[in-house]
Design a binder for this molecule. Structure first.
Ligand code: PHB
Ligand code: FE
Length: 334
């Protein structure tokens, strides 16, 4: 579906099967898509095709897609299936950005209200996630989603954002300070020095000026590939994250984004956004900075838990400027 076309926007409710399968899971129909899972796999069908994904990959991607409000641009759950955010409406596609599926004529895309997709994805995730598995945790820090359905999951599917009221670390920064939550330093960061900054306010400014050790904050994150803290000033968005194993989605950009590798290393696979053809591999080591262009998709692999800072320009006019070539896909001409 070309940008600029105005496809029909669907607003269906997800339809749950009347009975569960042998493994205890329901199947779901949403628009032209059907979703089913068994012990190991998720099976997705659409009018002219079908696709199979590992259940872990699918659930890690789906829960982040909901939590991120479909993020910027494209979220590929894998090379074939994913969502494209139009900020208010969302495309669900299968094979649309995969050359093989397109050549075979089995690609399929439909546009929905964002609200209906959120609800559908949440309903499916809740049916398919059992207690003991947290798709936001690193694989070594949670149970497996494989096998038959267990006890229903407890607690929220997503981690809510908690807005700080003041500079973190100042009295009344409530509701929570990371080091007040009791979240321990992650095993991967036990060797990091967490010196606290020296703060010397001018007389009269005591209690108003503060600084924190950001490493101390990120080291306590209990999730991976999911923002631990986000600072937003108008359209300038800055997220810090703790990354282990692989980014469970392949992100297709609709604008530039900047990566600052704060510790350890991440290997990024960069592909052409539309075809998936390889464009490069970047190994970012502590201190490295790079800009992901607006015309690519990328996936990160973090062999050891690492710290990453991501900066985005959230201006709503950007996708159109890049899609129409009015802005070059990269931020700097060297
Ligand atoms: C990204 O797609 O750029 C991305 C997503 C989640 C992260 C880091 C980077 O934790
Ligand atoms: Fe990205």
């Amino acid at each position: 579906m070309a940008d600029g076309a105005s496809p029909t926007v669907l607003n269906p409710e997800v339809v749950k099967s009347a009975t569960a399968n042998k493994q205890g899971y329901h199947s779901f129909q949403f628009g032209g898509f059907e979703f089913a899972r068994d012990e190991y796999f998720v099976h997705i069908k659409w009018p002219k095709g079908k696709h199979t994904m590992e259940v872990d990959r699918f659930l890690r991607a789906m829960v982040r897609d909901i939590g991120w409000g479909f993020f910027y641009g494209w979220i590929f759950f894998d090379d074939v299936f994913g969502t494209h955010n139009h900020y208010g409406t969302v495309d669900i596609y299968a094979g649309t950005y995969d050359q093989g599926c397109k050549a075979a004529g089995i690609d399929f895309i439909q546009r929905f209200t964002a609200e209906s997709v959120s609800k559908a994805f949440e309903t499916i995730s809740r049916d398919w996630i059992s207690e003991g598995y947290d798709p936001l945790s690193a694989p070594l820090e949670t149970g497996s989603p494989m096998g038959s359905k267990g006890k229903p999951m407890q607690g929220p599917l997503l981690r809510n954002f908690t807005p700080a009221k003041r500079m973190l670390g100042l009295p009344g920064d409530q509701p929570v300070r990371s080091d007040d939550t009791g979240t321990p330093i992650n095993r991967a960061f036990e060797d990091v020095a967490f010196d606290q900054p020296d703060i010397e306010p001018e007389p009269g400014f005591e209690g108003q000026l503060h600084a924190i050790n950001l490493f101390d904050h990120i080291a306590r994150s209990d999730v991976t590939w999911n923002p631990s803290m986000t600072a937003i000033t108008k359209a300038s968005i800055c997220c810090v994250t703790s990354e282990e194993h692989m980014l469970p989605v392949i992100h297709g950009n609709d604008r530039n984004e900047w990566f600052f590798q704060l510790s350890d290393e991440i290997h990024w696979r960069i592909q052409d956004k539309n075809t998936g053809n390889p464009r490069g591999m970047i190994v970012m080591k502590a201190g490295d900075v790079c800009a992901m262009p607006a015309d690519i998709r990328h996936q990160g692999f973090s062999p050891k838990r690492s710290m990453l800072m991501v900066m985005e320009n959230g201006s709503p006019e950007l996708p159109e400027l890049y899609a129409t070539g009015k802005l070059a896909p990269y931020p700097i001409e060297f």
